[in-house]
Design a protein around this ligand. Structure first.
Ligand SMILES: Nc1ncnc2c1ncn2[C@@H]1O[C@H](COP(=O)(O)OP(=O)(O)OP(=O)(O)O)[C@@H](O)[C@H]1O
Ligand SMILES: Nc1ncnc2c1ncn2[C@@H]1O[C@H](COP(=O)(O)OP(=O)(O)OP(=O)(O)O)[C@@H](O)[C@H]1O
Ligand SMILES: [Mg+2]
Ligand SMILES: [Mg+2]
Lengths: 163, 164, 163, 164
């Protein structure tokens, strides 16, 4: 485990390129070192398939969600934290991209703990453990837990139907 | 991994509640306004978040359960997190960490680390050792997932340095 | 049609209370005049059923979405614009709240034109006209139009499955 | 109502495209990155949006199609909106308005109102008469729906005044 910036950068940079390849089939991504010694920085650069290099700001909401998660998950693969807490991060993704993301999360969750808050059925379907939060008419939250082996029937009252 | 979250009096969680999390993927569902993000905020608050705005509040005592239709406000909010190492760490540190944070309606605050009273700084340090310091990339709040895309290159570099 | 602030405020305030009643069953909403002559303002106040009055900031993402749309649609009912353009505004709503919102939009769309960009199946199901946007491998967008009588089968390739 | 949107060279819409909108609810679907929000931005741009940041751009000429994998950049972007009154208006104004906006890759800009060259200000005025001035509440951009909830009371009052 190399200490310091260079070690983590080398590890994360490689994982980021793999993540972008998984989330943007045919696309390209890299972490570029920019700036100078006074103000060193790292820039995220992603070019989806068939498109030309553009500032990240011009990407769509779903594309930017994938780019941001690719960065976060690249770090999670190289230097995992004890757990990851993700609150409705997939809201902007279409069905295809959501499933690509979940394939990555599922793989990472074999070695790293994830806690995801969601309204999305496909996310519920890959859960190892499922919790339902409810609030009765008295304004008090309660929790119902289900330990699953990747089942989703119990989530049906809580979750949203989409296309 | 985060093995347990126990909370009472924190936002909409008026009564003592606990979640036993598992390894792998834990998914939390529920209707709008039921308390899911409140639970996420309980975690970041217990980890030492000091900016009330990051908890959708204007002051820290706003996280205390402030009553429901037929239920009076709580006097205090308390959250306990239990972190365990899934594999034995080769760093000289305990394999289990328990963090407790509490605040009263009048703003009296307290922190405990493995049962002993401590300062907020001690909580920050114990968690930073595990990659869970303030602003950890490991926590992505509702509406914030795209933030990395609008971060400046120096900030992105700082995120990488923090992960080292 | 009363001219000026007082006229529009009176009209919108009543419609806002109706909107909140429709979107937050059992809840209460009002537009309150606050501030003084030097700095007059209007404050949105909403209390969902069973809860106590709190600053808007403490409401959930889905609740704030409904509050914001209730305000916008209250104005749309009182002083309609030629059209409304809404880009993925329902992303934070659960299935129940989405259907409540769509019932309101459907009713308003009898007299006002709406253009909604969405990934949500229930929104597609109430469309009068449906457009699909695609992008081929050359980075160029194209549009396919379907004039429907509230049908949604044609949207299936484009849209996301949810709970 | 907005009867037609015609555009060419605007962002990902390299080739001349037009949408004939209907009354009632028009719904636009498509995969991430396909061009839906670009279409929404074509509308707000033709209505006179001057802040490049509101179009996810750092400069206005960034809205010109800048090429694809096997396609060269366009020389200019042009968007035409056709607004018609669904019922005859009792205000003394034409029942149909056509707005055209164009910009070249080098930044040369032009506006037309009902076929005649005009200034941006003329477009703003014609639209403001119909409740579609800049910052119209009638347009809610992706990620912006909650903005009203964080607006100051004076801003909310201003939104109501604008609707009058
Ligand atoms: N101090 C408090 N005491 C009691 N209730 C509170 C307090 N602070 C916030 N709440 C309530 O918590 C609710 C918001 O909960 P939360 O944000 O967790 O919902 P959510 O499940 O994440 O919903 P969504 O799916 O819309 O994001 C609000 O309705 C608010 O009234
Ligand atoms: N000037 C330009 N020339 C060509 N393509 C462009 C230009 N500006 C932006 N794009 C492309 O447009 C795409 C974004 O399109 P848009 O935001 O409309 O997607 P979307 O359909 O709204 O997706 P989402 O569902 O994720 O919101 C980006 O991939 C970007 O590369
Ligand atoms: Mg939430
Ligand atoms: Mg979009």
């Amino acid at each position: 485990v190399s200490a310091g910036f260079d070690g983590v950068f080398t590890a994360v940079r490689a994982r980021f390129e793999e993540m972008i390849a998984a989330l943007f089939p045919g696309g390209q991504g890299r972490l570029a070192v920019i700036g100078d010694d006074d103000d060193p920085g790292v820039e995220i650069q992603v070019v989806p398939q068939g498109k030309r290099p553009r500032p990240l700001a011009l990407l769509s909401g779903g594309e930017r969600t994938l780019v941001a998660l690719a960065f976060c998950l690249a770090i999670a693969t190289a230097r995992p934290a004890p757990f990851y807490l993700l609150d409705e991060v997939e809201a902007a993704l279409d069905d295809t991209n959501l499933r690509r993301l979940l394939a990555v999360v599922r793989r990472l969750s074999e070695h790293t703990q994830f806690v995801m808050i969601t309204h999305q059925q496909p996310t519920v379907e890959i859960a190892d453990t499922l919790f339902g939060v409810t609030m009765a008419a008295d304004g008090v939250s309660e929790i119902v837990a289900r330990r699953l082996d990747r089942g989703a029937e119990s989530a049906r009252p809580f979750v949203r139907r989409q296309l | 991994m985060l093995r347990q979250i126990a909370l009472r009096g924190f936002k909409s969680f008026a009564q003592a509640t606990s979640l036993e999390l598992g390894p792998g993927l834990n998914v939390i569902v529920g209707p709008n306004g039921s308390g899911k993000s409140n639970l996420a905020e309980a975690i970041v608050w217990a980890m030492g978040e000091q900016r009330a705005a990051k908890l959708r509040a204007s002051g820290m005592s706003e996280v205390v359960f402030s009553g429901g239709a037929h239920r009076p406000p709580a006097g205090l909010a308390e959250v306990r997190l239990t972190l365990v190492d899934e594999e034995p760490a080769d760093i000289g540190r305990p394999s289990e960490v328990e963090v407790v944070r509490r605040i009263t309606r009048t703003g009296d605050a307290g922190y405990r680390l493995n049962g002993a009273n401590c300062r907020l700084l001690d909580v920050h340090e114990a968690l930073a050792l595990r990659g869970l310091g303030p602003d950890a990339l490991a926590v992505i709040r509702q509406g914030q997932v795209e933030a990395v895309c609008t971060s400046r290159p120096s900030d992105i570099r700082a995120m990488l340095e923090e992960a080292a």
